[in-house]
Design a protein around this ligand. Structure first.
Ligand SMILES: [Ca+2]
Length: 377
């Protein structure tokens, strides 16, 4: 063997023949004229009895007796410290850790997988951290179904989650039930992560959301044909060229009356004007005209708000805005109205925007009482 080849065996580059690396992590490696070809590194420990390794003497660098070279840590360690290399996943399994194959469960002990079914091929492996079982449920409990899980009580041999764990939505990974992720808008959130729902914070806890219960303001939107989205989030269409209450506070604090007219050849309906009654005052918004407050047409509110008592009137971009302590209206003078009503009026509303009681199922009834025929979309 040439001097160069010996250097390669020792992986020490330019060290002269007969010397091993002097670096710290290899300081325990010594040169020997007789290094075992089959008993050199941790990976040599995982030899099956049928291994055809020829245990012959080779000159080279070797760890001290009863220790083995660990490629990962690049040091000499005891056999019981050796990790096991799993060829299927091309990963190292630490000593004492388990590997779950589809037909056996293995533990890494002294660089070797000790498996409860030695006939199981290493290529037969359960996905994720699932384990093989002879009676795996065919309808396993998952993070997604655990709220109303019904056991079908049928079993077959295959992969399943370890006891006390359930499948996550990926169908592969098992987690303890209290660590299930939460789902929202096709995204997955871990326990402790938060999302914002209107004015409330929701925290993921074991697969379900726990939300604060603040009373939130809510916005009703009328747009397009027009389509409506009520305070409670119900969506529907209603085409009618007439006057109707968009919203009315049941104690007569305020009301918003809108008049729709056909606005172009496509048959789309536009809002011609909006009449707001608020604590005895009338604010009239008309297409192509300035805002009329108590029959007086006002002007110069484009850059500086005009304030009448508790009412502020101003422009912001395309929108004319009426702001009061009870509500805020934005109108683009065409097809879009945004009406935000503050939370103190929760449950006290009626009209096309619904009754603002957090239940969108009853909004259609509220709206139908006024309009007669509406279409959900
Ligand atoms: Ca409702």
């Amino acid at each position: 063997m040439s001097k160069t080849n010996l250097s390669n065996v020792c992986q020490i580059g330019s060290n002269p023949y007969g010397q091993c690396s002097s670096s710290n992590y290899l300081s325990s490696i010594n040169y020997s004229e007789c290094v075992s070809a089959c008993d050199y590194s941790c990976s040599d420990l995982d030899q099956t009895p049928s291994s055809n390794c020829q245990n012959q003497c080779l000159p080279g660098c070797a760890c001290p007796i009863n220790t083995y070279y660990d490629v990962k840590s690049r040091s000499c360690i005891l056999a019981e410290q050796c990790p096991c290399y799993d060829m299927t996943t091309a990963t190292y399994v630490q000593p004492g850790q388990n590997l779950f194959r589809i037909c056996t469960n293995c533990t890494c002990i002294s660089g070797t997988f000790q498996c409860d079914n030695p006939n199981c091929l290493p290529s037969m492996i359960c996905p994720g951290n699932q384990i093989y079982s002879t009676n795996a449920s065919t309808c396993p409990e998952t993070c997604d179904n655990m709220a109303n899980f019904k056991d079908c009580n049928t079993y077959k041999a295959g992969c399943t989650c370890p006891l006390g764990q359930v499948l996550t939505h990926d169908g592969i990974t098992c987690v303890p039930i209290n660590e299930c992720p939460c789902r929202y808008n096709q995204h997955s959130y871990s326990t402790g992560e938060q999302i914002q729902q209107s004015c409330n914070n929701c925290t993921c806890s074991g697969g379900s959301w726990t939300c604060t219960t603040l009373q939130c303001d809510s916005t009703c939107i009328a747009s397009g044909d027009p389509h409506y989205i009520t305070f409670d989030g119900m969506r529907y269409s209603y085409q009618g060229a007439c006057q109707y209450y968009l919203a009315k506070e049941i104690n007569n604090t305020f009301s918003v009356l809108a008049e729709n007219v056909p606005c172009c050849s496509t048959g789309v309906t536009c809002t011609k004007n909006i009449i707001i009654d608020y604590l005895g005052s009338t604010i009239d918004l008309q297409r192509g005209r300035n805002v009329i407050f108590n029959t007086i047409e006002i002007d110069h509110y484009e850059s500086v708000p005009k304030i009448y008592g508790q009412v502020s009137i101003f422009k912001s971009g395309l929108f004319t805005i009426i702001s009061t302590p009870d509500f805020l209206i934005k109108w683009d003078e065409a097809t879009r109205i945004y009406l935000t009503v503050y939370s103190k009026h929760r449950g006290n509303m009626e009209g096309l925007c619904g009754n603002y009681n957090d239940d969108n199922a009853d909004d259609i009834k509220t709206a139908q009482g006024i309009t007669g025929s509406i279409i959900e979309y």
